[in-house]
Design a binder for this molecule. Structure first.
Ligand SMILES: [Fe+2]
Ligand SMILES: [Fe+2]
Length: 297
């Protein structure tokens, strides 16, 4: 990851470049996830990868001191977050972030065309993209199980928030594409910070640290590709709007998850999002992910 190898994700692109990049992404994504299993909202290669983790479970050397503190607060914070230990705050934050993602895709899955009715390369890309997101919530579930949390339920959001997520995919692309792109970018910013937090909080749990980082890497490799792919939907005006939207969207989203402010540096995440240029992505992730041609120096 030599500095200067890649350019800002906000770099301009012509219509021809974007068209060619959609074709290139479509070839990449079919190989990356393997066969789409639409009825199961799953992808063959991703399923096999998850199974390899499940078949070789790893456990904490020292079990969680107070799993009830997690179960009491993971859906909705009941306690004063300042009264909770950092491990519990981190686990609650992981669940809440993943839950938003799960709700978003659940809403979109029934609205966007299925593969049989996808007639453009963009539609096909979007269908596989959603299947990948379903794989992410399963990987997050496996992450929580690694901490011994095997009673996690995936709970819908409040009815009006669910409605927002169901409405979102029906909005015309010119309006929907910038927030969809910035949401992916926010995911990558969050996952890089989470990876670093594992280093810190799991210093005494090397096996679990390695496992949850591997689970997170699986997700992050996809999200890096999603960032480029969603950027590729957007023209020049939309890119200006996207950049403007980074700060308010990150703030609004993370304000809603009280534990994030306790253990994450949201201001730094915003700076990272605005400066994102793929150069800090580790080589082993770049190799497996996808970057638009116009973001390569
Ligand atoms: Fe995701
Ligand atoms: Fe994504």
């Amino acid at each position: 990851m030599a500095k200067g190898q890649f350019l800002s994700v906000f770099s301009p692109a012509t219509d021809e470049q974007r068209k060619a990049n959609f074709e290139d992404y479509w070839a990449f994504t079919q190989n990356h996830g393997g066969e789409l299993m639409e009825a199961e909202q799953d992808l063959a290669k991703k399923r096999a990868k998850l199974k390899s983790f499940q078949d070789n479970p790893v456990k904490l050397r020292t079990p969680l001191a107070d799993p009830d503190a997690f179960y009491r607060n993971y859906v909705k914070m009941q306690d004063d977050p300042k009264s909770l230990d950092r491990m519990t705050l981190m686990l609650c934050a992981i669940y809440k972030f993943a839950r938003h993602e799960w709700v978003g895709i659940k809403g979109a899955w029934d609205v966007v065309p299925d593969m049989a009715n996808s007639h453009t390369v963009e539609d096909k890309i979007s269908r596989v993209h959603l299947a990948e997101e379903f794989c992410h919530y399963r990987l997050f579930d496996e992450m929580l199980r690694t901490f011994g949390l095997d009673k996690v339920e995936w709970v819908p959001l409040s009815p009006w928030k669910e409605k927002v997520y169901e409405f979102f995919p029906k909005v015309p692309g010119v309006i929907m594409d910038p927030p969809a792109f910035v949401t992916e970018l926010m995911g990558v910013s969050f996952y890089f910070h989470l990876h670093a937090l594992f280093e810190d909080i799991l210093a005494d749990e090397p096996e679990v640290k390695e496992r949850v980082q591997a689970l997170l890497d699986e997700i992050t490799i996809d999200e890096i590709a999603h960032v480029g792919q969603r950027r590729n939907f957007i023209g020049p005006m939309g890119m200006k709007f996207s950049k403007w939207m980074v700060t308010p969207l990150y703030k609004m989203f993370f304000d809603d998850i009280p534990e994030v402010g306790e253990i994450f540096d949201v201001e730094q995440m915003i700076k990272d999002g605005l400066a994102f240029d793929f150069n800090d992505v580790p080589d082993h992730m770049v190799e497996k992910s996808w970057i638009p041609s116009y973001c390569k120096a």
